[in-house]
Every structure is written in structure tokens, then in C-alpha cells.
Design a protein around this ligand. Structure first.
Ligand SMILES: Nc1ncnc2c1ncn2[C@@H]1O[C@H](COP(=O)(O)OP(=O)(O)OP(=O)(O)O)[C@@H](O)[C@H]1O
Length: 614
């Protein structure tokens, strides 16, 4: 019994660990890619003309002032303290140093201000480009990715570039200029001493490069864990109702804890490694200092260098390690940003699988004649969802698509709206192959109401107006009345102005559907598609809806997918699908006369279901 319990516990743990599998969205190692860096830098171009030269001047000014101060101090030591100059030179030097600090401060303030402006603008543009593009991507793109991972690219990856643009690139330049400046000054003051002190640079460079590679990997590991945590969080919040309904909170929490712990451990490891870099730099700089005091002392004794210049040397060396340390960090930051930019550009470069031809023409006002010519379609290679569909629908006819679940009903609809293109064959409206027309001119004339109707945050009025943005309030109300939505809308606290939250959480499923009916009616499309649209409506409302549908469908070609067969018996043509093939076609009366017909079987099964249930 005990062993059985243990087995059960193990099985539960196994299921829990394997339940969530998130594809890692992160490249481990990527060499620096100049092409990509240039592409990224192009985002700075619009601001380059007026802001970049200013930033550059400010940068040179602050570095020059910073590097001049030690030289002035050395003059004070040699001429005033060690020499025989009077205090007036000291006052002048102190005044100049003070002025230099003020200049440095002012130039830094403006530099930071301008770099922030450029950085924020670049990030704004990049995010806008990315969002604009992913809005155009086809259903196939979204089929292949969890929403969480798309979200992470628009938020986290773009944020990762923010630091690079606001500080990174400019600090990198400042540090390079400062380093070159210091090296030149050191070698000019005393060539031999300069070389001797810098002997430690290559040693430190090699040691820190090796260490940094490991640090970079450790941070990448942190991001992988964070990304998994994000995906899980996104899924948990979206699926919270199902989780609670199946009392899976504890399992969910256990899994979250595991992820959270792994994330924390990876963070601890990375930050411990990071901290080991500081002492390495300190030791190297201490060795450099020792060399300076030892060799510098000898040179000073032989009067090859003055005490003032030795002090200046010490000062410069002190300022030397800091940018070297930062440059290493910056390189890491640059590689991280490059990985992020690669992921962003990957989306921006993604071509919509349903692409408009360059010479795509406007679909003129249609009559609504729809034809599917031997259409074959597959979502995944070698798994056809439609296996050669031939269907002709005259303008104004109402077509019902019926069949078992997974038989291909929604797929036909997806092709008529051109959310996907057929693999073989063609879908034509008024004789025009849909691949030859612009998406806008097609979709403006095809209305669709889905079972999972999407309600956007905003007022009820705005949601109905989504069907036609220039509709007047009267037209909106007329549409709502026609589909019997007006009564329930008026019973809401602010009527048409009632704010509904994202996804319409405040409304029932049926109410959401009535709103989308009104939305579709307002759009006044020549072809109307109702995909399981009446599934969530109660029988009483359905009777009203049947009446409304008559108005809604009048003069339009319509496609109705419904499991509730009572909704479709009045259709002109009923198309019965099975495993992606049309197996029967005709009107209700005709199909009911077929002995052993599939449609007849479906109707009888549904009738039995209802009579036995009652
Ligand atoms: N986005 C997708 N990616 C991969 N396969 C899909 C996708 N959508 C549907 N399929 C597959 O295509 C086939 C047809 O699906 P379709 O949604 O057209 O069926 P349906 O008749 O509308 O079913 P239901 O009545 O359950 O809505 C099914 O085998 C389904 O598994």
C-alpha cells in the first residue's frame, strides 16, 4: 500500500514536471554581428543630424576636462609646493580646476539629456515597427508560437536594447576616448614608465576575457529561466479558471516554485561570478601601482620625472582601470543586446505567409459568388485538413457547413477569409482568385462572427462600431435592435456607454455574441460567416436570433457552421464534411430523404439526444 502511494506520488511529480514544456527562446552563444549592429544603428539616423554632433562635442569636452585636471595638479605640486612660485599661481590653478569641473558637470548634464532622448526615441520606433509588423503576420505565425513568447519579444527584448541605446553606446565611446587619452598622456609624460605600468593590461585582459565568457553564459542562463517563468506565468493567468475548476492550484504552485527556485539559483550563481571580477581588477591595478611606485621612485630619484608628474601618473592610472572594467561589462551588454535585436529582427523579417502580391488589385464591390476549386489545405505538412474541396455557392445563397468535429468546417471559412492560402486549388469570389486581390478590399466585404467573440476594452458602442468606424450612434442602435441586443444593453448601468473590460469579462457569452452580431450587421458585408456563432445563445434568445438572422442574412451570401442543426435547416445548401472531404450536399429535405445519409444520421442522433435528455 505504501509502495503504491509512493508510486502515485512519483507519477504525480513526473506529470507535473513534464506538463509544461516551454521551448527556450534564447540563443546561448552568438558572435558579434556587425551587419546587425549597423541595422540597429540605422534607427538612430533620424536623430543623428541634430543630437549626435552635440552629444559628441559634450563627450569630448567632459573627457578633455577630466584629463586636464591631474596635469594642473602636477603643475601646482612642482611649481608651488616643490618650487618657488608664489600662491597666486596656486589661486589661478584652483580657479581653472573649478571652472573645468563646472564645464564637465554641464556637459555631462546635456550629454545625458540628449542620449536619453535618442535612446527613448529609438526604442519607441523599434517597438512601433515590431508591433506594426506582427499585426500583419498571418494566422500560421501565431499557430506556431505561444502568445507569451511573442509578448516577451515586444517587451523584454526591446527593453534589453533600451540600456544599450540610452547609455551603452555613448559610454563605450567615452571610455574608448578616455583610455586613448590616458595612454597618450602617460607615454608623453614618460615613455618607459608608461610602458612599464601598462604591462599588466594584456595579462588582465586575457584573464578577464575568460572569466567574462563564463559570466555571460551565467546571465544567459538567468534569462532562460526568466523566460520560462514568464511563459508559465502567462499560461497560468490565462488558464486560471481551468486551474481552479480542476483544483490544480497546488500542482501549479509546486511547478512555479521549482521554476522560481531555479531562477533564483541561476541568479545567485551569475552574480557571485560577477563579483569575482572586481577583485581581479583590483589585484591587477595594485600590481600596476606597485610597478609605478617602484620604477617611478627610481626615476624620480634620478630626476628623470618630477614628483608632480609622478602624482599625475598615479591619478591617471587610477582612472585607467575603471573604463577597462566598464568596457568588458559593456561588451557583455552589447552581446546580450545583439541577441535581443536578433530576435526582434527575426520577427520584423518574418514575411506574412498570406502575402499580398505587389500587383494585387482592389476587389471591386462584390456580388457574393463563392467558388472553391479543388482546394487542398494542410496546417502541418502531410496532414491535410481539406482534401480537394469543390464547392460553388451562388450570390445570396445561405450555406451550412456540418460534420463531425475536426472535419474541416472552420478551415473552409479560414480560406474564404484568406487567413491561409490553399496548398492546391483556388478560392474565388466573383471569379477572382483571392491571392490576386488586396487583403483589405477582401476583408472589408466579408464579415465574420466567431464563437469566441472578442470584445475589446472600451464601451459597448465602441465595440459595435468596430464593424464600421464611421457609423453614427443611430446606426449602431439600429444594428443592436435588429439582433435583439438593444434590450440587454439598455439594462446595463450606462447603456451603450458601459465600459467593458478586455475580452468582455463583464458580459455573458451570449451577450458577447449579440454584440458581435450587431458589429457584423453594421459592417454590412456581402459575405457573412457565422462560425458556431449561435452556440452560446439560449433557446429563447435563439428564437429572436432566428428572426434577426433572417434580416442579417438577407441579400448576402452566408456560411454558417453550427452544431445545433435547428439553426441551419433553412439554409439553401447544406454541405456535409467528413475528414476534409464533402460527402453530402443538398437542402434539408433532400438530404433527409437519403437512406443511411450522414446528415440524416446527425439529425436523428441530435433528436434522440434531446428527447432522451428531456
Ligand atoms: N491551427 C491549426 N494548426 C494545426 N492543425 C489544425 C489547426 N486548426 C485545425 N487543425 C486541424 O485541421 C483539421 C480540421 O479542423 P477544423 O477546425 O477545420 O475542424 P472543424 O470541422 O471546424 O471542427 P470543430 O467542429 O471541432 O470546430 C483538424 O484535424 C484539426 O486538428
Amino acid at each position: 500500500m505504501h509502495a503504491q502511494q509512493e508510486d502515485n506520488e512519483k507519477l504525480k511529480q513526473k506529470v507535473n514536471t513534464e506538463r509544461f514544456i516551454y521551448k527556450d527562446d534564447e540563443e546561448m552563444e552568438k558572435p558579434f554581428d556587425w551587419g546587425q549592429f549597423k541595422r540597429l544603428a540605422r534607427y538612430m539616423k533620424p536623430y543623428a543630424k541634430d543630437k549626435l554632433p552635440l552629444i559628441f562635442i559634450m563627450m569630448l569636452l567632459s573627457t578633455a576636462t577630466k584629463l586636464t585636471v591631474p596635469l594642473l595638479i602636477s603643475i601646482a605640486i612642482d611649481k608651488v609646493f616643490m618650487g618657488d612660485e608664489g600662491p597666486s599661481l596656486l589661486y589661478i590653478l584652483v580657479g581653472v580646476i573649478l571652472a573645468l569641473y563646472v564645464i564637465q558637470w554641464v556637459s555631462n548634464v546635456f550629454r545625458i539629456k540628449y542620449t536619453n532622448i535618442i535612446g527613448q526615441n529609438v526604442i519607441y520606433d523599434l517597438r512601433a515597427d515590431l508591433f506594426k509588423h506582427i499585426q500583419k503576420l498571418s494566422f500560421r505565425f501565431y499557430d506556431q508560437r505561444p502568445a507569451g513568447s511573442v509578448l516577451v519579444r515586444v517587451t523584454n527584448d526591446v527593453n534589453a536594447l533600451q540600456e544599450l541605446f540610452t547609455n551603452g553606446v555613448i559610454n563605450l565611446l567615452i571610455d574608448c576616448i578616455q583610455l586613448v587619452g590616458i595612454v597618450v598622456i602617460l607615454l608623453m609624460i614618460n615613455f618607459k614608465l608608461g610602458l612599464a605600468v601598462m604591462i599588466t593590461v594584456p595579462i588582465m585582459f586575457f584573464m578577464s576575457t575568460a572569466l567574462r565568457k563564463r559570466i555571460r553564459r551565467a546571465w544567459q542562463n538567468v534569462r532562460i529561466h526568466q523566460s520560462r517563468l514568464n511563459s508559465h506565468l502567462n499560461e497560468s493567468i490565462q488558464g486560471i479558471r481551468v486551474t481552479q475548476a480542476y483544483v490544480q492550484e497546488k500542482n501549479n504552485m509546486d511547478y512555479f516554485e521549482q521554476m522560481n527556485m531555479k531562477n533564483r539559483r541561476s541568479w545567485d550563481k551569475a552574480s557571485a561570478m560577477n563579483q569575482s571580477l572586481g577583485p581581479l581588477i583590483e589585484v591587477t591595478s595594485a600590481v600596476g601601482m606597485c610597478i609605478l611606485f617602484w620604477y617611478g621612485g627610481i626615476l624620480a630619484q634620478s630626476e628623470a620625472i618630477t614628483i608632480g608628474l609622478l602624482v599625475a601618473f598615479t591619478n591617471y592610472i587610477g582612472n585607467f582601470w575603471e573604463p577597462i572594467n566598464r568596457l568588458g561589462q559593456m561588451y557583455n551588454q552589447l552581446l546580450v543586446a545583439m541577441a535581443s535585436s536578433e530576435r526582434i529582427f527575426e520577427y520584423i523579417d518574418e514575411k506574412p505567409s498570406v502575402a499580398e502580391k505587389t500587383d494585387a488589385k482592389q476587389l471591386p464591390a462584390i456580388e457574393g459568388h463563392v467558388r472553391l476549386d479543388h482546394v487542398v489545405f494542410e496546417y502541418e505538412k502531410n496532414r491535410p485538413a481539406l482534401k480537394g474541396i469543390d464547392l460553388e455557392v451562388k450570390a445570396g445563397q445561405s450555406v451550412a457547413l456540418v460534420g463531425h468535429t475536426g472535419s474541416g468546417k472552420s478551415t473552409i471559412i479560414n480560406l474564404i477569409c484568406r487567413f491561409y492560402d490553399p496548398v492546391q486549388g483556388a478560392v474565388r469570389i466573383d471569379g477572382e482568385d483571392l491571392r490576386n486581390v488586396t487583403l483589405q478590399s477582401l476583408r472589408e466585404q466579408v464579415g465574420i462572427v466567431l464563437q469566441d467573440t472578442f470584445i475589446f476594452s472600451g464601451s459597448i458602442r465602441d465595440n459595435i462600431r468596430f464593424g464600421r468606424l464611421d457609423a453614427t450612434d443611430e446606426e449602431i442602435e439600429l444594428a443592436a435592435r435588429a439582433v435583439h441586443a438593444h434590450e440587454f444593453i439598455m439594462s446595463l448601468p450606462q447603456g451603450y456607454d458601459t465600459e467593458v473590460q478586455e475580452r468582455g469579462n463583464l458580459l455573458s457569452m451570449g451577450q458577447r455574441q449579440l454584440i458581435s452580431f450587431a458589429r457584423a450587421l453594421l459592417a454590412d458585408p456581402k459575405i457573412l460567416i457565422l462560425d458556431e456563432a449561435t452556440a452560446s445563445i439560449d433557446t429563447e434568445t435563439e428564437l429572436k436570433i432566428q428572426d434577426a438572422l433572417k434580416t442579417l442574412l438577407k441579400g448576402r451570401t452566408s456560411f454558417i457552421v453550427a452544431h445545433r442543426l435547428s439553426t441551419i435547416r433553412n439554409s439553401d445548401v447544406i454541405v456535409v464534411l467528413d475528414h476534409g472531404v464533402i460527402v453530402e450536399q443538398g437542402n434539408h429535405a433532400g438530404l433527409m430523404q437519403r437512406p443511411n445519409g450522414i446528415y440524416k444520421g446527425l439529425i436523428e442522433a441530435q433528436y434522440r439526444f434531446f428527447t432522451e435528455a428531456v
